[in-house]
Write a protein that binds this ligand. Structure first.
Ligand code: ATR
Length: 274
């Protein structure tokens, strides 16, 4: 019987995950079905239970349910345990449930793939919401020289520093606290791009030769990518590679097979531009 997987979120109509996993399955010869499921904001726990009851093998979880998914009784990977959010559930035989967060692995893999190693670099993350929570530990594992989290609401950045401070050099500021500092890599994890906005960061915050990465993506360059190009970034990347990378890590957890991400990123990019 074909194994069933799904992504649950709200909204979910524009999710690219079904396409991505269909391509991974074709590429690796795995027999699986993967669908997008719209779940009512107050119906997440019930939806997961119903999916499991029908024999579903695994789930991706997206906005706004990642923190609620963390509450589900499961064996959590250490990175998921600490992040307080999960994007992958794996339902094993015998009722065991594994929970993980693969967003950060996807981000770091995409940075490395694009020739942007983090080791020894000064890294700035904009934002302190759910999108950022899941990527801090994998970034710190790469041993940047320092990681600064800048957020509109400084208290949320402070909270993340408290959670992750023992792994590496980490600090929190408001956007105005960035004056006089420079970074080799700036990662945008705010929702500002959704509104076509860029957080109020200083014009000289990107070091000469530095690069920028927006966790968002779209058909056209995001507002933050445009800011990056206007401010001399060597590279101004969007988050499509991160999306495919987190999917590949989830696929590996479920199936034990690592799909190739590069051809899938290319196919999605071409389809988006068409
Ligand atoms: P997500 O789970 O997608 O990260 P979230 O938890 O609502 O969503 O977090 C959104 C992030 O984008 C937050 O860091 C938010 O800043 P606040 O914590 O101060 O709310 C940030 N954000 C949203 N719109 C923004 C804007 N126009 N300018 C700057 N930051 C913005």
């Amino acid at each position: 019987m074909t194994d069933r997987y799904a992504v649950m979120g709200n909204p979910i109509a524009h999710s690219k995950s079904p396409q991505i996993h269909a391509r991974f399955a074709a590429q690796t010869g795995q027999d699986l079905a993967y669908e997008a499921m719209l779940v009512a904001t107050d119906g997440f726990v019930e939806a997961v239970a119903a999916f499991r009851a029908k024999g579903g093998k695994g789930l991706n979880i997206t906005v706004p349910f990642k923190q609620e998914a963390w509450q589900i009784e499961a064996e959590r990977t250490p990175r998921a345990q600490r992040a307080g959010a999960v994007n992958t559930l794996c339902f094993l035989d015998g009722g065991r449930v594994l929970a993980d967060t693969t967003d950060g692995v996807g981000l770091v893999a995409d940075l490395l793939q694009n020739g942007l190693p983090l080791r020894g670099q000064r890294v700035l993350i904009l934002g302190a919401g759910g999108a950022v929570r899941g990527v801090i530990e994998p970034i710190l594992e790469q041993q940047p020289a320092l990681l600064v989290i800048a957020n509109r609401t400084v208290a949320k950045a402070d909270e993340l520093v408290q959670i992750f401070a023992d792994i590496g050099a980490l600090s929190a500021v408001g956007f105005d606290g960035l004056a006089g500092q420079q970074f080799d890599l700036i990662i945008n994890g705010t929702a500002a791009s959704l509104e076509g906005e860029v957080p109020p960061i200083p014009d000289d915050v990107l070091a000469a030769g530095g690069s920028c990465y927006d966790m968002m993506y779209g058909k056209d360059a995001t507002a933050f990518q445009r800011w990056a190009m206007q401010h001399g970034a060597a590279q101004a990347l969007d988050g499509l590679g991160m999306l495919v990378g987190q999917a590949a890590e989830s696929f590996y957890l479920w199936r034990g097979v690592r799909p190739e991400v590069a051809p899938v990123i290319q196919q999605l990019r071409a389809a988006m531009q068409a």
